[in-house]
Design a protein around this ligand. Structure first.
Ligand code: TRP
Length: 336
């Protein structure tokens, strides 16, 4: 049998996962774990690049994120879930990669630029933050990942990783695999406030762990068509968050088509559209909540999954590091 191709992907444990994560990457991961050998990295080291002053959030968030994974159907028998900082070989590899990128190239990375702006770093940019794409290249390549399923905002990271791989393979030896990105079908979900992206820091997210009441309250607050003042005004569908969500989560396509038709004609109010969306979202989230509740009763299972995942991941990372050290001629013979 052919060896399975490999996936590496990950999340920063800065909070619970939300619907944006679901459509942007989780749904892909659940599908792809059947076909690929999957590694899922919980990026605690990277979380410290933007929350270095808040280390206390990490441990709890790692557990929450792991529960979110399991609740949506990531199967620890098929996917290896592990903690970044417990694989010190990643940090080691990142140090070597730092020689293969320029500061100017890092400053041009659109993901870094966006986040620098969001966080208002300006002249006080921490060096660790600037170089995190290099760290991410190490995350991906130390597992010889073929495919990296991520949200669209992460594409520049994969591009930069490919550049590093090519330089490494040219300068030293062709030991690294060039990864490919894979973006989810619904690459980006708007926030409930209509901003382009759902995100914890923008406070506009619906979480996988939100209960039915919280979902209802958020949907009722959701931004719709700003040009429509009355239910009898013709409305716009395009880019309207309630309809983006209906398209993504309401399996009743006839209901959605009917709502859209009446919306453009000014024959349905926001409240009906939102009530139906609430119902669809809660029906979607119910089985996820049920799964999550099981793990809330069994914290030991979470420890075991993380421990075993980290053990498996580390073995792979050590093997790649052996090849890297050999290629870079730092495999000293007296080391055996
Ligand atoms: N940078 C990603 C994020 O902020 C998380 C991450 C870290 C990642 N290492 C990765 C994603 C490697 C894909 C591959 O969400």
């Amino acid at each position: 049998m052919n060896q399975k191709k490999r996936i590496l992907t990950g999340d920063r444990p800065t909070g619970r996962l939300h619907l944006g994560h679901y459509v942007g990457s989780l749904v892909n991961r659940v599908k792809l774990q059947e076909e690929y050998e999957t590694f899922i990295l919980i990026a605690d080291v990277q979380a410290l690049t933007d929350h270095f002053e808040h280390p206390e959030i990490l441990q709890q968030n790692i557990r929450e994120v792991t529960k979110d994974y399991l609740a949506v159907g990531i199967d620890p028998g098929k996917s290896t879930i592990f903690i970044q900082s417990l694989i010190p070989e990643i940090a080691e590899l990142a140090v070597y990669y730092l020689n293969l990128v320029t500061v100017a190239r890092l400053q041009r990375n659109p993901t870094v630029k966006d986040e620098m702006q969001q966080k208002g770093f300006e002249q006080n940019l921490p060096a660790g933050f600037l170089v995190y794409p290099v760290h991410q290249a190490a995350d991906i390549t130390i597992f010889n990942a073929d495919l990296v399923p991520v949200g669209k905002d992460q594409l520049p990271m994969i591009e930069q990783t490919v550049e590093i791989v090519r330089r490494f393979n040219t300068f030293y030896a062709p030991v690294l695999v060039e990864p490919q990105a894979k973006v989810g079908e619904f690459a980006r979900l708007p926030g409930i406030d209509g901003q382009a992206k759902m995100s914890k820091s923008l406070g506009n997210a619906i979480y996988l762990a939100d209960d039915a009441k919280a979902v209802e309250a958020k949907v009722m607050r959701m931004y719709t068509d700003p040009t429509r003042l009355r239910a009898t005004d013709p409305g716009h569908i395009e880019g309207n968050p309630v309809f983006v969500y209906h398209d993504a989560f309401n399996p009743d396509k006839e209901e959605v088509a009917d709502l859209k038709e009446r919306y453009v004609q000014g024959k349905v109010g926001d409240v009906e559209v939102k009530k139906k969306l609430t119902r669809a979202l809660n029906a979607f989230l119910d089985p996820i909540r049920e799964q999550r509740a099981k793990y809330d009763q069994d914290e030991k299972a979470i420890d075991e999954i993380l421990k075993e995942g980290t053990r498996r991941a580390r073995a792979v990372a050590q093997e790649t590091m052996g090849q890297v050290r050999r290629a870079m001629k730092i495999d000293y013979p007296f080391q055996g």
